[in-house]
Design a binder for this molecule. Structure first.
Ligand SMILES: C[S@@+](CC[C@H](N)C(=O)[O-])C[C@H]1O[C@@H](n2cnc3c(N)ncnc32)[C@H](O)[C@@H]1O
Length: 279
């Protein structure tokens, strides 16, 4: 079953949180000269046109990136992300939104490499085209969970792994955590970012329990909810688990989230940043 297309959701509030964290992590990784692996288990198409029928049909980006792109009072920790989005667009326009592979490409140096997995027949084609002239990118039409495990540890012992499943199947929740637990056994110093939607609170709580019962150390959890928990509306919030985050990510998130809430939120909106497992 492969019905999910990220083109419907590109630039929504969940992408804003996920991609601002990805930007902060990748910016931190490039501070050291030594190269690193970027591994994206569920890559999507790479780049999205916000003028196309998918984005226009849902209009989700209008309640996400569109409300931030032209703000004057951007907090320092969010500046690189906003600059990055602007770099793909003409001044004062918002026609394109980069997916996670495009964000990785923005930071790419000759000593780094990107390993991208995608299964959808249309999105793999778009991703392959997008990456055509990106020499150190490796696009694979195969299962991303297995792909992550097959590549660890990276030769340079430096790596960022993004796990961003569609959660069309409930199995994705435990499977994504289980993949990180297995990956950590092979490469305990890597940075792992796991995205999740808040649709049913108990599924998120089960992921937390799975993590806390594992041998993983240094786990940060960040969550931003547009609405209070309810089973009525689908995704009411979004979150990320980050294993081995850059040391200042916690304080950067505490700078970014009040701004996101002020610009995108309503009276029910709330956020949290929690060190779920200490170092
Ligand atoms: C949420 S989207 C990815 C968005 C992308 N990471 C971004 O941030 O721009 C999830 C993608 O995973 C793909 N997918 C689903 N199951 C997969 C699997 N087992 N392995 C690799 N890709 C998969 C879907 O086709 C979809 O394009």
């Amino acid at each position: 079953m492969l019905s999910y297309r990220h083109a419907f959701h590109a630039g929504n509030f969940a992408d804003v949180l996920k991609h601002s964290v990805l930007t902060l992590v990748l910016e931190y990784m490039t501070r050291k000269e030594k190269g690193f692996y970027y591994i994206d288990s569920h890559s999507g198409a790479g780049m999205y046109s916000l003028a196309d029928e998918y984005a226009q049909k849902t209009g989700e980006f209008k309640d996400g990136i569109a409300k931030l792109i032209n703000q004057q009072d951007i907090p320092e920790a969010l500046i690189d992300y906003i600059d990055l989005i602007q770099s793909f667009n003409a001044p004062d326009e918002l026609d394109y939104y980069p997916g996670s592979p495009a964000i990785a490409k923005y930071f790419d140096r000759r000593q780094d490499s990107a390993h991208l997995f995608e299964l959808h027949p249309t999105d793999i084609q778009l991703l392959t085209e997008y990456c055509q002239r990106w020499h150190k990118s490796h696009v694979n039409q195969s299962d991303g969970y297995q792909g992550v495990l097959s590549l660890l540890p990276p030769p340079s012992r430096r790596g960022v792994v993004l796990i961003d499943p569609p959660y069309e199947l409930k199995e994705d929740y435990p499977k994504a955590v289980d993949t990180i637990i297995k990956a950590y056994k092979k490469f305990a110093t890597g940075t792992y970012i796991l995205w999740y939607p808040v649709v049913k609170r108990e599924l998120v709580e089960k992921m937390q329990t799975q993590f806390t019962q594992s041998e993983i150390k240094n786990l940060l959890q960040v969550e931003y909810c547009q609405l209070n928990d309810t089973d009525e509306y689908g995704m009411t919030g979004t979150g990320l688990f980050i294993v081995n985050p850059p040391w200042h990510l916690n304080s950067q998130l505490n700078e970014i989230l009040p701004f996101i809430k002020a610009k995108l939120g309503n009276s029910q909106s709330h956020f949290s940043v929690t060190q779920l497992i200490e170092e």
